[in-house]
Design a protein around this ligand. Structure first.
Ligand code: PLP
Length: 414
C-alpha cells in the first residue's frame, strides 16, 4: 500500500552516495571539482579502489593455472564476478566474456563473424554510433566484400525504430549493430522493434551498451539481442576492463579472436583445440585485479534501488536542461526526454574547446569535440559540441555550479 511505501526509508541518499566517491572531493584549479564527464569514464566508489589495493597487497596470483591457495582464490573471485554480472544483466555466466573494453568487444565480435560474410552481404549500423561501433564494421566489410549500410535516424538524431524495421526488412542485412544510448547526445534507442525485425530475418543483432549499461541496468534476456558490449570503467569499475554478452550458442560458434594460452583445451605442435565460451575468447592473462574489483562496482550499483536511481538521474538531468535552456544563445542537440544523462550543446558559434577550457578554469570538467562521433558532427554541420554528462552521484548543486561557471565563461567570451 502507499502507506507502507511512504514509511520505507529512501534508499537513495545522495549525500551518502557522494561520500563514497573520493574523487568528488578533489579541487581542480583551486576550485571544488564538478565532474560532468561520466560518459567518458565514471568515478569509482571507495569499495572498488580498496578491492584493487587488497588484491595486489594480499591476494595477487594468476588465475586458472595454479593449484595453490592464492591462485585458486583469485580464480574463484574472478569467476564470481562473472556470476554477479550475469545476475546484473539477467543472463548466464558462460555468456559473458571479459575484454579490455567495449572497443575490444566489438572487434572480437566483428572478427568472429568474418567467415560468415560473403561479397554483397550487408552490415547495418546507425549514423549516431561511436567510432568503436563504426570502424570495426568498415574493416569487416572491406575484408569480406560486404556492404555497410546506414539505418535511418529522425531529425532529432534518435534512431527511428519504425523506419529501421522497414529498412531491415527491405535490405536484409546479416548484421545490425546499433547503440543502446548515444555517448554524444545521451539519446536512448528503442531497441525492442529493431531486435524483433532482426529476428524476423535472422540478422545478428549487436548492441553497443557502453553508455547504457550503468544508467539503464538492461535486462538482456528481455531485450533478447544476440550480443551486447559494455565497458566496466563506465560502470563504476576499473579502467582497462569491459566485456560482452553473447547468446551462448552463437557466441560459442564464433571464430576465435586472439589465440594463445588459457583459451586452449589441447595443443600439439601442429594443431590445437579450444575451450568452450567464454574461455576460448580470453587468451592470455586477463585483467584479474580489475575483474575482481569490478565485483564491488556491481554490488554498489545493485545495492541502489533502480527506480530511485533513475528518478534521481532524471531530476538532475531535467534541472540541467531547464537551466541551460534559459541561457540566451545556448543550442542543445540532445533529446530532452529519452536520455541517459548526456547533454551536448554549443554557445552561439563559439568553438566548444574554448568553452570547455574556460569551464575547466572554474573546476567544471566537461568534454568538448566530436566525442568519437564524427558522423553526428557532419550531420549537424558543426565541428563539435560541449558535453556535460551526469551520473548517479551528481546532484543539483553540480548543476548550479556548472551553470554559474557557464555564465561566467560566456561573459569572458562575449
Ligand atoms: N561505444 C560507446 C557508445 C562509447 O561511449 C564508448 C566509449 O566512449 C565506446 C563504445 C568505447 O568504449 P571503450 O573506450 O571503453 O572501449
Amino acid at each position: 500500500s502507499s502507506h507502507s511505501r511512504s514509511l520505507r526509508p529512501s534508499m537513495f541518499d545522495i549525500a551518502k552516495i557522494r561520500a563514497d566517491f573520493p574523487l568528488l572531493n578533489e579541487t581542480v584549479n583551486e576550485q571544488p571539482l564538478v565532474y560532468l564527464d561520466s560518459a567518458a569514464t565514471s568515478q569509482k566508489p571507495q569499495a572498488v579502489i580498496d578491492a584493487l589495493a587488497r588484491f595486489y597487497s594480499h591476494e595477487n596470483a594468476n588465475v586458472h593455472r595454479g593449484r595453490h591457495t592464492l591462485s585458486e582464490n583469485a580464480t574463484r573471485q574472478y569467476e564470481h564476478t562473472r556470476t554477479l554480472l550475469a545476475d546484473y544483466f539477467s543472463v548466464k555466466a558462460n555468456e559473458l566474456v571479459w575484454t579490455k573494453g567495449a572497443t575490444e568487444s566489438i572487434n572480437l565480435i566483428a572478427n568472429g563473424l568474418a567467415s560468415r560474410l560473403k561479397p554483397g552481404d550487408k552490415i547495418a549500423i546507425s549514423a549516431i554510433e561511436h567510432h568503436a561501433n563504426i570502424v570495426p564494421w568498415q574493416q569487416l566489410a572491406k575484408r569480406t566484400g560486404a556492404d555497410l549500410i546506414i539505418l535511418p535516424i529522425e531529425d532529432d538524431l534518435v534512431i527511428d525504430s519504425v523506419k529501421c524495421c522497414e529498412f531491415i526488412k527491405l535490405y536484409q542485412p546479416k548484421i545490425v549493430a546499433v547503440t543502446h544510448a548515444s555517448n554524444t547526445l545521451g539519446n536512448i534507442t528503442d531497441l525492442a522493434p529493431i531486435i524483433t525485425a532482426c529476428k524476423a530475418i535472422n540478422a545478428i543483432s549487436v548492441i553497443d551498451g557502453a553508455q547504457a549499461a550503468m544508467h539503464l541496468r538492461p535486462n538482456l534476456q528481455e531485450i533478447s539481442c544476440d550480443f551486447y558490449v559494455f565497458s566496466a570503467h563506465k560502470m563504476l569499475g576499473p579502467t582497462g576492463l569491459g566485456g560482452l554478452y553473447g547468446r551462448f550458442e552463437l557466441l560459442n560458434s564464433l571464430d576465435v579472436y586472439q589465440t594463445g594460452g588459457e583459451m586452449i583445451e589441447t595443443v600439439s605442435l601442429t594443431q590445437s583445440t579450444f575451450r568452450d565460451a567464454p574461455g576460448k575468447f580470453e587468451a592470455g592473462t586477463p585483467n584479474i585485479a580489475g575483474v575482481i574489483a569490478f565485483s564491488e562496482a556491481i554490488k554498489y550499483l545493485t545495492s541502489l534501488d533502480f527506480q530511485q536511481m533513475r528518478q534521481h538521474e532524471h531530476t538532475v538531468f531535467d534541472y540541467a536542461i531547464k537551466q541551460l535552456s534559459a541561457i540566451d544563445g545556448i543550442n542543445i542537440y540532445s533529446n530532452q526526454i529519452h536520455n541517459i544523462g548526456n547533454i551536448s550543446f554549443n554557445y552561439r558559434d563559439e568553438h566548444p574547446f574554448d568553452l570547455a577550457t574556460l569551464l575547466d578554469g572554474f573546476g567544471v570538467a566537461v568534454r568538448s569535440g566530436h566525442h568519437c562521433t564524427q558522423p553526428i558532427m557532419s550531420h549537424l554541420h558543426i565541428p563539435g559540441t560541449v558535453r556535460a554528462s551526469f551520473a548517479l552521484y551528481n546532484n543539483k548543486d553540480d548543476v548550479d555550479a556548472f551553470i554559474d561557471a557557464l555564465k561566467n565563461s560566456i561573459e569572458l567570451l562575449d
